[in-house]
Write a protein that binds this ligand. Sequence first.
Ligand code: ADP
Ligand code: MG
Length: 263
Amino acid sequence: MLAVANQKGGVGKTTTAVNLSAALALAGVPVLLIDMDPQGNASTGLGVERSERYNGTYTLLMSGRPDKETIRSTQVANLSLIASDIDLAGSEVELVNTEKREFHLKRALGGSPVFSGYRVILLDCPPGLGLLTLNALVAANGVIVPLQAEFFALEGISSLMHTIEAVRRRFNPGLRLAGILLTMFDRRNSLSGLVEKDARDHFGDWVFDVMIPRNVRVSEAPSHGKPVLTYDGRSAGAEAYAALAEEVMRKESITIQQQTSPS
Ligand code: ADP
Ligand code: MG
């Protein structure tokens, strides 16, 4: 289970959650994407309209188990979604006074056999380090941190690393950094290159080899309710996310179950 997290907004969390999910699914890996952000951008990006935002993440967190409508199939084969319900916006406040408030997601995911059918569960976190992000970090094994290749990119990343470390110590000893992903990379802009150098100097192998270029098709796709991979599979953005999926599969030792051929 991988959380896509960075307390900064607009760095490419949702874009990465949606497109990495789709790329893994298209490679044959059964994936469940859980939209943890009350803004619901991942849900919109996969074609779930605002009026359909119920029986989703909020229901799962509060009831502790999925309803039969909670897990939705998407237009992409192998990719399922738990959408952000409208009520998720109030949940940070509602969760505060609950018992074991950091563990709602972990408990819900452990409490039902339907989740074991997914090889990968991706969590699209909201900006900030509130209880929704904490619930994601407590449930996850790994964190993918998107970093926008622009000025001040590395600012704030140390507080995220401290949070990850604190969650590991207090709640989830199995949590580790899965990788740092440079997003909206622009080869013509020398600043992008500087950010890359800074990130690789600081974090070495933690930085994914694959970088996501700034690409207009990536930003257009959500308004069509599609991942860029099915919106324009030959775009630079689609190719980058497909390559990222391969790198993630290699690093996380995710193998595709071979179809046994009839003998
Ligand atoms: P976050 O979830 O971290 O707030 P988003 O994934 O929503 O960030 O991205 C913020 C904005 O940047 C969105 O409008 C998105 O379409 C755009 N964006 C993200 N990645 C790219 C990219 N590789 N190329 C072009 N636009 C991008
Ligand atoms: Mg987002």
